[in-house]
Design a protein around this ligand. Sequence first.
Ligand code: CTP
Ligand code: CA
Length: 224
Amino acid sequence: ADRGGTPGDLTGKRIVISAGGTREPLDPVRFLGNRSSGKQGVALAEAAAARGADVVLVAANLEVPAPANVDVRLVSSAADLERAMTEAAAEADVIIMAAAVADYRPSEVRAEKIKKEDTGDTLVLTLVRNPDILAGLAAARKPGQIVIGFAAETEADPGLLLELGREKAARKGCDYLVLNRVGWTEGFASERNEVRVLNRHGDIVIEVSGSKMSVAERILDLLS
Ligand code: CTP
Ligand code: CA
């Protein structure tokens, strides 16, 4: 009942969406991860396909099933996700980076399990920065290609949250940034979402709260 959108208004548009959370391998049995469920990205993919778009879903460790009628490309680490997005972006009219990408990865991936007896009472890991995939895709975009990013912030004060979103919108160079507050209970596993969408100048173009599907529909309205 809370679905918006016009059936078929995205027909012919090729939309590439990343969803989920990356996992950065540490050794053959362990990874560093995050709490993204993939629900908002999957809702975007489902809604876009229902409106007639050709959808590629680059799926990183989803906790929910991928929708039917989309081309799913499974990835795990940030490096995998970057490769899959770069390949799919070559044929995309729209790129949406809803995935939670690890900012850092372990500096080395051990060939063998890390053993306590070799490590002792504390274990110090060295992490190195991952490339900013969204900023790279935005910088490399073809004429007419639309790039949409997400911003996950824990800031509770609405004014400061908006400031962080504006700074991030300016830094990323994307056309729109979906600003999302996340926390121990908000955001990830939730069925609902509350977002503001900023344009590249930091102006609020959408304010919506509701199911992740209704949020998806409003975001996709920017493309029709
Ligand atoms: N992103 C990305 N590559 C990264 C990190 C983030 O493409 N290495 C993308 C995310 O998919 C999202 C956007 O950048 O669309 C914002 O992610 P977020 O974590 O909110 O921002 P960061 O730029 O990583 O800044 P920070 O985590 O320090 O707030
Ligand atoms: Ca980050």
